[in-house]
Design a binder for this molecule. Structure first.
Ligand SMILES: NC(=O)c1ccc[n+]([C@@H]2O[C@H](COP(=O)([O-])OP(=O)(O)OC[C@H]3O[C@@H](n4cnc5c(N)ncnc54)[C@H](OP(=O)(O)O)[C@@H]3O)[C@@H](O)[C@H]2O)c1
Length: 257
């Protein structure tokens, strides 16, 4: 049995990874802030799939939280073979409407934590000559979409670069770029979703199944749906000025609260 560590495991895409990996027989280390929710998730996955599910409550926007997960990834007695850097969120509002502190928190969770946890995990994986890292980015990485899109562009570039640098080490790294997925993400960010066409929504479990297939195939970037593969192909042909108008409007309608 191998062990996978998932950040942001309690909801949405992270929870779908947890279900899939538990069903495949992996032991899990589940990371998020809400300790009670983690405990319930661990008990359910253990009972349903007969796997060991460890709980690690950590806030990845805080030094102590990142350090605690780094320490777990560095534990040579209980090695982690698959790291899924998934925790993330959206801020409510366009640039200058969002407090700068919230933008900086986003960079901590989406960039600094991803960098540090990938480094901690791959340092151990390189010694063992095997392992994998999935960094959850977004198709927002490919279009102008505020600090969120910029942070996810960093995730894609970083992952591709690290994959190249670690080629031949036995470690696979992949940036996963979903389109709109039905999770808690939009509600948490206070985003209205009524201007997102129904055909653009993806199912988290199907997304994860496609992502695991791409990881097995050795892809370094995964856009796991034909609709979004086509869209991202078209994106390359559309002038940036037109693209920024379209992408900054779709799915960025903020409610009053
Ligand atoms: N949903 C989409 O349309 C979509 C599209 C493209 C990419 N993504 C990306 O997919 C990833 C997962 O998003 P989701 O849609 O599944 O969101 P979600 O349903 O809101 O789940 C977010 C998860 O991250 C955890 N989390 C949030 N902030 C954290 C922090 N500071 N420290 C530790 N854990 C934290 C949450 O648990 P706690 O609150 O208990 O910490 C929760 O488990 C994100 O990186 C997001 O940017 C989402």
């Amino acid at each position: 049995m191998t062990t996978a560590l998932i950040t942001g495991s309690t909801a949405g895409i992270g929870a779908a990874f947890a279900r899939r990996l538990a069903a495949d027989g992996h032991n899990l280390v589940l990371v998020a802030r809400d300790a009670e929710r983690l405990r319930l998730q661990a008990a359910e996955l253990h009972d349903r799939h007969n796997i060991e599910a460890e709980v690690l409550a950590a806030d990845l926007s805080e030094e102590a939280g990142v350090a605690a997960v780094e320490a777990r990834l560095s534990d040579t007695r209980h090695p982690v073979e698959l790291l899924v850097n998934n925790a993330g969120f959206g801020n409510k509002g366009a640039f200058l409407d969002v407090p700068l502190a919230d933008e900086l928190t986003m960079l901590k969770v989406h960039c600094e934590a991803v960098l540090r946890l990938t480094a901690a995990a791959t340092a151990r994986m390189r010694k063992r000559g095997r392992g994998a890292v999935v960094n959850v980015a977004s198709v927002a990485a490919f279009v102008p979409r505020g600090t969120y899109g910029a942070s996810k562009a960093w995730v894609v570039q970083f992952t591709q670069g690290a994959a190249r640098d670690l080629a031949g080490s036995g470690i696979r790294l992949m940036a996963l770029c979903p389109g709109f997925v039905r999770t808690e993400f939009h509600e948490r960010a206070g985003m209205g979703t009524d201007n997102i066409p129904s055909w653009m929504w993806l199912d988290a479990d199907k997304l994860v199944a496609a992502a695991m297939g791409d990881l097995a195939r050795g892809r370094t970037v995964s856009i796991p749906d034909p609709r979004y593969k086509t869209l991202m192909g078209l994106v390359k042909l559309v002038p940036r000025s037109v693209l920024s108008g379209l992408s900054s409007r779709t799915g960025r309608r903020y409610g009053p609260n």
